[in-house]
Design a protein. Sequence first.
Length: 490
Amino acid sequence: MSDKEKQVRNTGLYLVPVVLSNVLPLVTLPIFTRLLTKEDYGIWALAQVYAIFMTGIANFGLTIGFERNFFEQKETAKAAGLLYSTLLFVASVLLVFGLFTFLSRHQLAHLVVGSADYANILFWSYCAMAVMGLKNYYLIYFKNTENARAFIWYTIDETLIGLGFSLVLVAWLRVGVIGLVWGQLVASSLIMAILTFRFARSLPVSFNGQALKESLRLSLPLTPRIFFGVIGSQFDKYMLGLLNTVGGAGIYSIAQKIANAVFTCMTAIQNVYAPQVYQRMFSPKVEQGRTIGRYLTPFLYISAFIGLLIALFAEEIIGFLTPKDYHGAVDIVTILSLLYVTYFFGKQPQLIYAKKTILTSVLTVVSIGLNVMINIPFIYQWGAVGAAWGTLIAGLITGAVAFGLSQHYYRIYWEYGKIGLILLILFGSGATVIVLRQLGVPYPVRAVAKLISLSGYCYLGMKLNILVWRNLLLVRNMIFPVAQRLDASR
């Protein structure tokens, strides 16, 4: 099998759990949104703000340090020592934070959600997020060893188990929004236990303090970045709860959940190209930056294509999946989808490769400051939609600054002409559908405009030699038999 065929195959494999983990929750959204109010979703979203914040700090940036240093610890014994040492350290910190959360849950719930009545939701949200964080180290190991099948099976199983338990708890037992939290906790705990047993059998348990120190040396400067980064990424929802309403936070959370499909698909695609990018960076050959740029253009096109689909058809998605109370999320989905596509450039590990982790933290501090300054007046003036616009503007400004600095420390020779055309169609199409909808243009006209935009993007793909017959045949031959190969490998 050629390298190109292997990468196309892995792209298909990695996209399987992404499709399922996004489609299945969306399929069940009509059930949940008719049993839970937008205020319930707001409470859950705000509890997750705390959970993401605390677990992000507890990891001390080691997900990045572990992924990078894995390629310097390729021998099995060294890789095992790095993995288990990292897991033990992170689990210990998470346990301490969990004890603090339990003892202070009522005060924290009052501060974060607005009422001590939601203390249990806050605590169990933290527990679910903590287990998910630990499990991710096993998945990073699979990704770095290019074991796509193992990666996706465990991801799929977790999605199905979590969804099943959540449906039982919310739709049958009627326990309320906490059922969503408990469902995720049960699923993540089961998968974590199975993975621990599998790794203990195949990868003898050992510890390597020196490898952990090396990862911490790289990762600790990222802690401020994580601290402020989580604030920045969750600040919009938190401020909506404070300045607007909990219901506004709930609508924003639903929109973010749908638009986040863009980000998760990009992450799945990143699982394919990231090891290749790192290998080229560490290659002794000169001018690898030139090959990286050409290599990444098709992945950007695919990522933007996913973002374009969701941005164009946000109205149809929201209208089909949710009752009328949630329809204020339409424009938010479109705006956030455009923003998430630009995150493709921030996913490139140029600063991490150059060991400029302190700089990444500085950039994050600047980003959060800008996000706060823009979001507060936008939320006051326009509520949830204002939060989306503010986040987009702040993200574009800080993303441009980060891009320039990344290029300074490790230059990737991007194909700027092609990238410009991709982004022009993406943002032009997104702006067009928002304007047409706000002007009250009849739906048939809007639908035609959406189809024209989609056709134009596909035509661009053909002109860029991305959507060409040989590539389509390769995709057909390598992706469609995925199910049979997965069944054979189980």
